[in-house]
Design a protein around this ligand. Structure first.
Ligand code: SF4
Length: 71
C-alpha cells in the first residue's frame, strides 16, 4: 500500500526525479510510509519542515525547492 500523500508530497516528487535517493521513494512511499518522518509529522497535525526527508533528515535543498514550486 502506498502513502496517501504521494501526489502532493514534495519529498516524493524530489526522490522520484533524482537518481541517488529514488530507492527511498520505493522504501518509504510505496511500502513503509507509516515510518516516514514526514507522514508521522502530518498525521500528528504538525507543520512539516519543507526540507525534511522521510528519514527525518533536514536540509534537502531539492525537497525545499519542490515544496516552493508545488504551492
Ligand atoms: S515522503 Fe513520506 S509523506 Fe511523502 S509521500 Fe513519501 S511516505 Fe508519504
Amino acid at each position: 500500500m502506498s502513502c496517501p500523500f504521494m501526489e502532493s508530497c514534495p519529498a516524493y516528487a524530489s526522490m522520484v526525479a533524482g537518481r541517488s535517493d529514488s530507492h527511498l521513494a520505493w522504501a518509504f512511499c510505496r511500502t513503509i510510509y507509516r515510518d516516514c518522518s514526514r507522514y508521522k509529522t502530518l498525521m500528528a497535525g504538525e507543520a512539516v519542515p519543507a526540507d525534511m526527508m522521510p528519514t527525518g533528515e533536514l536540509g534537502s535543498a531539492r525537497v525545499r525547492k519542490r515544496a516552493k514550486t508545488s504551492r
